[in-house]
Ligand binder design. Structure first.
Ligand SMILES: [Zn+2]
Ligand SMILES: [Zn+2]
Length: 279
């Protein structure tokens, strides 16, 4: 099984590999730049080379790059929509130069518009981006918690977006357990987990499931709020993760934890809990 964390790139990309390795990761996720700003420092070729070499040495694969949070491919504002496409391509290019296998993106938010409009908007954005820059990395659409205006909380919506892409060869999904739980996909019993697998199969296809974000959820089932929590300490709970992590479908999928890092002890504890649950 491949398990890792979202790790910081402070000090350079090479440092992020050592950080992940130190935490016992066998896969990892990073941002390729400050996720809350529009600027991006040019990539340093030496740092990229170091990143690639270290990854091989430490056997960390795959690498997920998460897109910038400002990107909103569902924005009803044309200026922000265009800027989002442009910056999505920037993130895609950076992920590819780093040799990352996957680029993860949330579908975005368009308050006041209906789901049908948003699905059209996001498909248009992805089609434009892929025409301007045919992807080498695989683009993963991540399910959301369904906070106000969010699109992509229902797997049917993600499936619909994918069906409208001219070229969907390099498109997959990343399933976030916290977002899914908040959006109404229960996983607290074995039956629930099996139903979720069936749902993914029916809406997007299991072959498109390339990554999992394994996060517990601080808030109640169907809260529609995105509040990640430590594995086994939230409303999803330990028993559910035991079933999730050992499910024959899910255990084949690389898993990334995006759990809170309030103290130095948080990541090691979450890794220990996950490892203790795996049979
Ligand atoms: Zn996530
Ligand atoms: Zn989240």
């Amino acid at each position: 099984m491949r398990i890792g964390f979202h790790v910081s790139i402070a000090g350079g990309f090479s440092r992020s590999v050592e950080r992940a390795f130190g935490l016992g990761c066998t896969c990892m996720q990073i941002f390729s730049r400050n996720p809350r700003g529009w600027t991006a420092k040019p990539l340093d070729p030496d740092d990229i080379a170091g990143f690639k070499t270290l990854r091989k040495k430490r056997d960390i694969a795959p690498v997920f790059v998460h897109t910038n949070y400002l990107i909103n491919l569902a924005s009803p504002r044309d200026d922000l929509f265009e800027k989002s496409i442009e910056h999505f391509i920037v993130d895609l290019e950076r992920a590819e130069r780093l040799g990352a296998e996957y680029l993860v993106i949330h579908l975005g938010s368009a308050s006041g518009r209906d789901a049908e409009w948003m699905i059209g908007r996001v498909s248009q954005a992805l089609n434009e981006a892929m025409q301007l820059h045919p992807p080498q990395a695989v683009i993963l659409l991540e399910n959301t918690a369904g906070e106000a205006g969010d699109v992509g909380y229902a797997l049917e919506q993600i499936g619909e977006v994918i069906s409208r892409l001219g070229d969907s060869v390099r498109i997959g999904i990343c399933y976030d357990t916290c977002h899914g739980f908040a959006a109404g996909y229960d996983v607290r019993t074995k039956k629930d987990v099996n139903a979720l697998v069936k749902k993914i199969e029916a809406t997007v296809g299991l072959e498109r499931l390339k990554g999992m974000h394994v996060n517990d959820c601080l808030l109640e089932f169907r809260s529609h709020r995105d509040r990640h929590w430590h594995i086994g300490e939230g409303k999803i709970g330990l028993g559910a993760f035991k079933v999730l992590l050992n499910h024959p479908v899910f255990r084949e999928i690389p898993m990334i934890m995006e759990t809170p890092k309030k103290t130095e002890a948080d990541d090691p504890r979450n890794m220990e809990v996950v490892k203790s649950l795996i049979r």
